[in-house]
Design a protein around this ligand. Structure first.
Ligand code: A3P
Length: 294
């Protein structure tokens, strides 16, 4: 069930958390906020950022990422922290604290926007994001619960009626912020990370203020980070096979194919051209474009 909250269609389970997050969260200067619309690569961004930030604390084979999973090591502000009212406990976390959020840019607390806290946003082409979202909704529903047909879900998606939609408004909020404040907001695309994994990991580390040293590069640490966080490797992490993610959803549900262009196996040519027209209409003059296939 979705409710309109500050201009965005949010799932009922996250509204209270978003309100509490907005009202009570006090950002610290060193905080890292990983933002996205669901099914855009949140799990991947969490794994990469956690691994980059903690690379000097433990060897990659002993990373807590393997046992606790990306959603365990990087909690969601509106689900994990706010809904459990754990704001005070969070003050004791080691710096830099890393949090995930699906909150639109406009709904972020002032303390996040006004402090030196850094924000990384990951977006994905709308076709793949939509199919990933639809597959996820169908998979996590219990057997006897009804789900929308692909066609109905697609119509709603095009009208902006999906979790944290409209898609366009969500990404444009962060996109504009990244243009205005490039030192504060890094805007990444799923397709770029997929295609240029090593340069993107380097860019992320540099943005976070912890660039890989020449020595680390020689040791192959970037490639190791890339491998550890690849969809193939993550499917075999203990946390994925046995653990749960946010809202008690099996962790394995957050890793499906992890490909660019998979949506083209599900959508008709007319659906694709409808989204292409929307991209044209909604993103014109923004400077943003998408790669729809690999
Ligand atoms: P697919 O359903 O297309 O496979 P989110 O993490 O925002 O919920 O997004 C989930 C999507 O990201 C799923 O896409 C999932 O397979 C993909 N994904 C998760 N981890 C990934 C990784 N390490 N590398 C690439 N894609 C990943």
């Amino acid at each position: 069930l979705l409710y309109l909250y500050q201009g965005f269609w949010c799932p009922q389970v996250s509204i209270k958390g978003m309100m509490l997050f907005q009202q009570h969260f006090k950002a610290q200067e060193t905080d890292l906020i990983l933002a996205s619309i669901p099914k855009s690569g949140t799990t991947w961004l969490k794994a990469l950022t956690y691994t980059i930030v903690n690379r000097s604390h433990h060897s990659l084979e002993k990373s807590p990422l393997l046992t606790n999973g990306p959603h365990g090591v990087v909690p969601f502000l509106e689900f994990d922290i706010s809904s459990r009212n754990q704001f005070l406990e969070q003050d004791n976390l080691p710096e830099p604290r890393i949090f995930g959020t699906h909150s639109p840019y406009t709904a972020l607390p002032c303390s996040v926007k006004d402090s030196a806290a850094k924000i990384v946003y990951v977006c994905r082409n709308p076709l793949d994001m939509f199919i990933s979202y639809w597959k996820f909704s169908v998979n996590i529903l219990k057997e006897n619960e009804k789900h929308l047909s692909l066609g109905d879900a697609f119509d709603k998606f095009c009208q902006g009626l999906h979790g944290y939609g409209p898609f366009w408004d969500h990404l444009l909020g962060y996109w504009k912020a990244s243009l205005e404040r490039p030192d504060k907001v890094l805007f990444l695309k799923y397709e770029d990370i997929k295609k240029n994994n090593v340069p993107c990991i380097k860019k992320l580390a540099t943005f976070l203020g912890i660039p890989f040293s020449v020595e680390e590069e020689k040791q192959g640490l970037i490639e190791e980070t890339s491998r550890l966080c690849s969809v193939e490797s993550m499917k075999n992490h203990e946390a994925t096979m046995t653990g749960t993610g946010p809202l008690g959803i099996p962790a394995s549900a957050f890793l499906r194919k992890g490909k660019v262009g998979d949506s083209l196996n599900y959508l008709t040519p007319s659906m694709v051209s409808r989204v292409e027209n929307l991209i044209q209409e909604k993103l014109q003059d923004s400077g943003l474009s998408f790669c729809l296939s690999s």
